[in-house]
Design a protein around this ligand. Structure first.
Ligand SMILES: NC(=O)c1ccc[n+]([C@@H]2O[C@H](COP(=O)([O-])OP(=O)(O)OC[C@H]3O[C@@H](n4cnc5c(N)ncnc54)[C@H](OP(=O)(O)O)[C@@H]3O)[C@@H](O)[C@H]2O)c1
Length: 280
């Protein structure tokens, strides 16, 4: 298959490249090759390339900054997804798009199934929900994959932030009243490949590592695995005011695919691969 990956330099995009390399004809684009907010470019460049599969890993992901950049975040995460859906439908390409737990309000302690109603509470979540609606309205052949709390080797993420703060501060305070499933970008990329090759019905899928935790428990596990012992205190979200409000419960319930390994096992693998811990 000819597979176009857009956003190949991002955290998830880089892992997708590694997973898809070898077996398929890959075309890799990022901002330098295409600005997905430009409709004419999207239509002509992809129309000329004629890929069998378009994987969109490009997005505006700065959740707090999004509160003050409404136009841009809506263009990238909303309208551009409409352009990509349109061209995929026109050339009959399979469209793979990623979305987020932030399309929900975070009030459901039981988590969110694939068909739960959107109720985003911040600008990023609203823009991602708009992107989702574009796909459902335009109806290309699609897999719309929601995921959460990504960490990976090629981007800023919570694990790296904790390691940096450990160097900089004597005492760390970490939020203990937001819950979600940390997800290794490598595992998500592999599961995405399996989904594409599975021939499963088109639609919405939830892909995260198994189990969930708070940011505080996530941080504790990082330090425990690295055998370092900072002073780390659980705090409430209200002690960390941010521009964007975050959902309290972000667990994405997966009713359609095999469960992936636990986030704890995935984290151990990530720490091994980044040289933070040694093999036992
Ligand atoms: N990170 C998370 O915790 C998380 C959680 C849930 C869902 N997701 C979703 O997972 C997907 C991948 O996220 P990620 O964290 O891997 O993203 P990322 O690391 O921020 O990468 C996004 C990529 O898209 C590119 N891009 C941005 N605007 C573009 C445009 N107009 N045209 C072309 N390329 C553009 C970026 O280029 P520049 O860097 O040059 O801007 C970057 O290379 C996204 O759909 C995101 O919403 C992420």
């Amino acid at each position: 298959m000819k597979i176009l990956i857009i956003g190949f330099k991002g955290m998830l995009g880089s892992e997708l490249v590694e997973v898809f390399q070898g077996g398929h004809e890959l075309v890799l684009w990022d901002k330098a090759q295409i600005d997905i907010t430009k409709r004419d470019d999207v239509m002509s460049k992809i129309g000329e390339l004629l890929p069998d599969v378009v994987i969109n890993a490009a997005a505006y992901t700065a959740v707090d900054k999004a509160e003050s950049e409404k136009d841009l975040v809506y263009k990238v995460n909303g309208c551009a997804v409409g352009f990509l859906s349109t061209i995929c439908k026109e050339i009959n390409a399979l469209f793979i798009h990623f979305s987020t737990d932030y399309v929900f309000d975070g009030q459901s302690q039981n988590g969110y199934r694939e068909n739960h109603k959107y109720a985003p509470i911040n600008m990023y979540g609203k823009s991602k929900a708009l992107g989702e609606k574009m796909i459902l309205d335009i109806e290309p052949r699609y897999y719309l994959i929601r995921t959460s709390w990504l960490f990976g080797k090629h981007g800023n993420n919570f694990v790296e932030t904790m390691m940096r703060l450990f160097q900089e501060k004597k005492e760390l305070k970490v939020v203990n009243d937001q819950f979600g499933s940390p997800t290794y970008a490598k595992d998500l990329a592999e599961q995405t490949k399996d989904l594409i090759e599975s021939g499963k019905p088109y639609g919405i899928y939830h892909i995260t590592n198994s189990n969930f935790c708070s940011w505080y428990v996530f941080a504790q596990k990082i330090f425990e695995l690295c055998e370092i012992r900072p002073v780390i205190k659980p705090v409430a979200s209200r002690e960390f005011p941010t521009a964007a409000q975050r959902p309290t419960y972000s667990m994405l319930v997966n009713t359609k695919l095999p469960q992936m390994r636990s986030w704890e096992d995935a984290l151990r693998d990530y720490l091994l691969e980044t040289g933070r811990i040694d093999k036992i």
